[in-house]
Design a protein around this ligand. Structure first.
Ligand SMILES: [Fe+2]
Length: 289
């Protein structure tokens, strides 16, 4: 794999909240590349096997068709969350598996396979960082919410979301960001790192690992050319809030205490029994090659 040395040329925190532009980079990375800083690997851009590309495409095309919003360009945007999520005020009463796990069982199985693939690649290329991420995740998050040795608990399929410059927040501290791309009929959409002057082309079937907590990054504008055009980014991560989750059964118990009888239906609607949660969680993990 090609290796390039990168160097932070300027501080561009001022760009946060703005749209990435072509003039913010002069190196466009389009082939599998290892990026080093002071000789140490800090990011990776690599291609996934064809069969996984098909899997990613299937999820992108079929996920969450009824809940999409439209953005300015008229292209529907979707964010489907799979895996485990943390409680969040009144909106999410307990830590649990997401409703999407149940509503889109096949997509959940498929995205879990993608998570495993990304994790394996990550382990191969950045073994020390991977080990550190797994250790951090295991020491802070209850085993009920973990997927074996994956260093993440939650998988998003974000369709047609072009995120302006930002620094990742809300993820477990010290853990790298992992993103995989599926797209068709789209031009643009590069992932730009303005402080270093490079961008990942974010081609179909490529994934990247980078330190999203430290480095300013954002997605450049896209042109959706064909009618069925889409750009889907799969993000694998662990929410920082997961460290406040009690074991799953305790979470379910506290939900029961918290709600009135009528509202207890919430747990039937939104929660799962521990067995169901576990079997859903593991259904494809066991069958992964
Ligand atoms: Fe990000």
């Amino acid at each position: 794999m090609k290796t390039i040395e990168i160097k932070k040329t300027k501080d561009r925190k001022d760009l946060i909240g703005t749209k990435p532009l072509k003039e913010h980079y002069n190196v466009l990375i389009t082939e599998p590349t290892i990026l080093t800083k002071d000789g140490k690997i800090v990011a990776v851009y690599d291609k996934i096997p064809e069969s996984y590309k098909e899997l990613a495409k299937k999820i992108s095309v079929t996920t969450n068709p009824n809940r999409s919003k439209r953005q300015g360009s008229g292209v529907p945007t979707v964010s489907s969350v799979f895996g485990a999520i943390a409680k969040n005020g009144v909106r999410i009463a307990t830590c649990r598996g997401t409703t999407r796990n149940k509503d889109e069982k096949e997509n959940f199985a498929a995205i879990t396979k993608l998570a495993k693939l990304v994790s394996d690649k990550y382990k191969e290329i950045l073994p020390e960082q991977y080990k550190k991420d797994v250790e951090i995740t295991r020491s802070l998050v209850e085993a009920d919410y973990l997927f074996g040795d994956l260093p993440f608990t939650t998988f998003n399929a974000n369709k047609n979301q072009l995120i302006k410059y930002h620094i990742d927040r809300g993820n477990l501290k010290g853990v790298m960001s992992n993103v995989l791309i599926s797209r068709r009929g789209v031009s643009g959409g590069e992932l730009v790192f303005p402080e270093y002057g490079f961008a990942f082309a974010q081609q179909d079937g490529f994934y990247s690992v980078f330190d999203g907590e430290k480095e300013v990054h954002g997605v450049a504008d896209c042109k959706f050319i064909s009618k069925d055009a889409y750009r889907c980014s799969f993000v694998f991560y662990t929410l920082d809030q997961m460290k406040h989750c009690a074991p799953y059964l305790e979470e379910m118990e506290s939900e029961k205490k918290h709600y009135t009888k009528k509202n207890n239906n919430r747990s039937k609607t939104f929660g799962m029994s521990k067995k169901e949660f576990a079997s859903n969680k593991w259904q494809e993990e066991n069958g992964t090659e």
